[in-house]
Design a protein around this ligand. Structure first.
Ligand SMILES: Nc1ncnc2c1ncn2[C@@H]1O[C@H](COP(=O)(O)OP(=O)(O)O)[C@@H](O)[C@H]1O
Ligand SMILES: CSC[C@H]1O[C@H](OP(=O)(O)O)[C@H](O)[C@@H]1O
Length: 391
């Protein structure tokens, strides 16, 4: 049997491993490539005669920075367990897990190479007609299914206990909720944006709202979140959608995942010509409508909460989630513009004037959504405000 104390895999040892595990015939000739383009991990694509798999391995540090940023290998186990849970609630939208090894920090999963990373496709002009419906269903089912409402408080707390994920949460608490609002070393922005960035650092009202949203992230344990649901974590085609990479999974506020999805859609809209933005606006309204309908259906079908039938409770909750999410969406737009981890949608705009305009809009619209989140109660209103800001 394969020795499973940690060693970092190579294209050859990853291929040897999948053979040893019996996922391919001993005699089969395999091709193996490292295809990871994310910030944190190695991803090996291993292909035989008529089968292929993905071996994802965590490194003991963050790949994007190097060994000077040590990072727990536990994240591979978190990802593997989150994928399995998401797979029970949303099998159509989750890659199948074939094998995992906590010591080696690996997950071996379904190869989704027939699909495309949605961020790449959206940048190249794809619209993915079903991505918002599928993602809305995925979020509603996994969030509702792991909440107090579905599991009851005791079961939920037991599950919550196994997903505390402090080191990955620390990354989000720093990179999303804190650093962009201070002159932090992790920040990374074009010098031409310095006036806007310095004005943001001096905006006490904005900082107060960011602090309130950070507190929600630190203290709310509504449901098992994906934790990093941007368009780079979604594989898509005209017909299929699969959500990958839940290594940031933890129990957090209901509104967080949908906020990151919609923020990344809107940043893609900022990179497009005006007459190509409509499909993205439709995705923003669709994901919210589908999330709301599916969450409501599940609430009515299976609810352990004594107050579930109390008039106004569900409506109040959904409105509260919407307002939180509007704020989280604004924060994601800000951090992807001036923080450590950018998005290609904005950075890839070649023309300097157009790119800076898109980034300035991302900052000002983001700040507006953070500050004014309490005045929004529908996705249609969000889209109308966005359209007005980019006219
Ligand atoms: N199941 C999969 N099938 C095919 N390619 C995958 C799969 N999982 C990841 N990849 C590829 O590896 C890249 C990085 O994967 P990701 O899980 O986002 O890594 P990280 O955790 O480092 O961000 C993806 O953008 C995609 O190109
Ligand atoms: C040093 S991690 C930065 C950033 O990377 C993660 O995204 P990805 O899925 O692209 O690896 C996450 O959003 C973190 O905030």
């Amino acid at each position: 049997m394969f020795m499973s104390s940690y060693q970092s895999l190579t294209i050859d040892s990853a291929a040897a491993l999948v053979k040893k595990l019996g996922l391919f015939d001993e005699s089969e000739s395999l091709t193996s490539n490292e295809i990871g383009d994310g910030n944190l991990n190695y991803v090996f694509h291993i292909k035989g005669t008529d089968n292929s798999v993905i071996v994802k391995q965590a490194l003991p540090y963050a790949k994007v920075v190097g060994e000077s940023w040590p990072l727990t290998l536990e994240r591979a186990d978190i990802e593997n367990r989150a994928l399995r849970i998401q797979g029970t609630f949303s099998p159509h939208y989750t890659p199948k897990v074939y094998y995992s090894d906590k010591d080696l920090a690996i997950t071996i999963m379904e190869d989704l190479s027939h699909l495309e990373i949605a961020r790449t496709g959206l940048i190249n002009g794809q619209d993915y007609p079903h991505i918002a419906r599928h993602t809305g269903e995925f979020i509603a089912r996994t969030l509702y299914g792991t909440s107090d409402f579905a599991l009851g408080p005791q079961e939920k707390k037991k599950l919550q206990h196994t997903f505390s994920n402090p080191e990955l949460c620390d990354i989000t608490e720093g990179l999303v909720f804190t650093d962009p609002f201070f002159d932090a070393e992790t920040n990374d922005f074009e010098e031409a944006l310095r006036p806007e960035v310095e004005s943001l650092w001096g905006d006490n009202e904005l900082k107060l709202h960011a602090a309130q949203l950070k507190r929600l992230f630190l203290t709310s344990g509504d449901a098992l979140l994906h934790g990093d649901l941007h368009t780079g974590s979604i594989f898509a085609s005209e017909t299929e959608t699969k959500i990958i990479d839940p290594e940031f999974a933890f129990y957090g506020p209901f509104g967080f995942d949908i906020a990151h999805f919609t923020a990344n859609l809107l940043m893609n809209a900022l990179s497009r010509a005006e007459n190509r933005r409509e499909p993205l606006y439709e995705h923003v309204t669709t994901v919210w409508n589908v999330f709301t309908q599916e969450f409501t259906r599940l609430w009515q079908e299976n609810n352990t909460e004594a107050f579930a039938d109390t008039d106004g409770y569900l409506e109040w909750l959904l409105d509260d989630v919407f307002k939180q999410a509007t704020g989280f969406m604004g924060l994601e737009m800000i951090r992807r513009t001036i923080g450590l981890a950018h998005v290609k949608d904005l950075d890839g705009i070649e023309d300097d004037t157009a790119r800076l305009q898109a980034k300035r809009r991302s900052l000002s619209i983001g700040a507006h959504f953070v500050k004014e989140r309490a005045s929004y109660s529908s996705a249609e209103q969000l889209v109308a405000a966005f359209k007005e800001a980019v006219k």
